[in-house]
Design a protein around this ligand. Structure first.
Ligand code: GLY
Length: 394
């Protein structure tokens, strides 16, 4: 008998709990994760290939923590020591990130919240704590006082690819997800710089990335020499003035989580405004298209990862807003999860190695329809939130 047939993961004390379809999907996801441990070994999924097989990261990569994050969540749910061991065995790969200046960019938050912080919170391991604090210090060092933002990328990436055109003077929407590492470091050490920089970067995200109509820029450019704010630009979206669906989702989840961590009202308002706009722009589609400003004619790739991130974000919002508003966000979260289960669920597809099909990794670069490890991580987080869980590693 598989786990999905005999184990329950809902929290009975939660009013949100007990939707049998989500319970079953979570069970099937954990079964899939069990099989993946044997297939992947120490490799970390990067992107799906034909036949729903994974291609793996080749060295440091911003996506390398998402399997660890899934393993630590599965360990939290099951207590199975094999899951913790599989996650812990990846530690040398994260140490290698700390020792490689080209790999230490704004994505240290994604990488270390879901690996070293997760390990420390799950087991109390002091080495994991020290690694997470090293990562947080490196992230702190990326703060640009002149423009009040964390610089996203490096001129040369970890695979020695030049990315100078995108690097200097740029903040991006995705970075809001990385602020949780700074907030954790502040709680852990009491050093106020961590909290101040997280708040300042968040303020700049609100000022420069969120437009007056509640859509968002993917990136914002500052004069690299002076820090003077220049203009919004896209990197992965359809156009500079469009609204990339995953960027909007990163901001929704990120602002909601910042509010959860700080209680700042502006963060909650921003998350609600962005979520309401995304809901409006989705129209009656079950899964968002990859950018909300695509031409009306023609069919466009959907992005399951944007749906999963946004589902986790709005289900978190439901736990943060006053009771009267909670039902609205819970219903939107359920709608997104239902869309994923109806159109993208691979957990019942024999031979598939991941959980969700139809992720839009980087459409302008030709990666428009694949499994994505972050889609899978946030799918599990959203299913858990829908079942009433509130303990994560952010
Ligand atoms: N953080 C990069 C992406 O969302 O594709």
């Amino acid at each position: 008998m598989t786990r999905s047939q005999h184990t329950t993961y809902f929290l009975t004390e939660s009013p949100a709990a007990h939707r049998p379809a989500y319970q079953s999907a979570l069970g099937r996801s954990l079964d899939r994760l069990d099989s993946l441990i044997g297939i992947a070994g120490l490799r970390n999924p990067k992107i799906g290939q034909i036949g729903n097989r994974w291609a793996y990261c080749d060295g440091p990569d911003w996506v390398m923590g998402f399997l660890s994050g899934q393993l630590w969540l599965a360990y939290q749910l099951t207590g199975n020591p094999a899951l913790a061991a599989a996650a812990r065995a990846r530690r040398p790969q994260f140490r290698a990130v700390l020792e490689n200046r080209k790999a230490r960019d704004h994505d240290l938050g994604f990488m270390f919240s879901l690996s070293s912080v997760a390990e420390f919170l799950s087991t109390g391991d002091e080495v994991a704590r020290a690694m997470a604090l090293d990562a947080a210090r490196c992230l702190l060092g990326r703060f640009r006082e002149d423009g009040q933002y964390l610089q996203a990328w490096n001129p040369v990436g970890p695979q020695n690819r030049s990315q100078a055109k995108f690097a200097n003077g740029r903040m991006i929407a995705d970075t809001i997800q990385n602020l949780a590492l700074l907030h954790w470091a502040h709680r852990e050490t009491g050093v106020t710089d961590f909290r101040e920089v997280a708040d300042l970067h968040e303020d700049s995200s609100l000022r420069h990335l969120v437009r007056a109509d509640d859509t968002s820029y993917h990136t914002f450019l500052f004069d690299p020499a002076t820090g003077e704010p220049l203009r919004g630009e896209t990197h992965q979206g359809y156009a500079d003035e469009s609204s990339w669906a995953r960027g909007q989702a990163w901001l929704i989840h990120g602002f909601a989580n910042c509010h959860r961590l700080t209680g700042r009202k502006a963060s909650l308002d921003a998350a609600c405004r962005l979520a309401a706009k995304a809901e409006l722009l989705m129209g009656d589609s079950a899964v968002p298209v990859w950018d909300y400003a695509l031409p009306a004619d023609g069919t466009h790739p959907i992005d399951s990862s944007a749906a999963a991130i946004m589902a986790a974000g709005v289900l978190m919002l439901a736990d943060l807003v006053p009771k009267a508003e909670a039902a609205r966000w819970r219903a939107f979260g359920h709608r997104l999860l239902d869309g994923l289960l109806d159109h993208c669920d691979l957990t019942q597809t024999p031979g598939a190695e991941g959980l969700l099909a139809h992720g839009a990794g980087h459409v302008p670069a030709g990666r428009g329809d694949a499994m994505l490890p972050y889609g899978d991580y946030y799918f599990i987080e959203a299913l858990m939130r829908a079942q009433g869980h509130q303990t994560f590693f952010w």
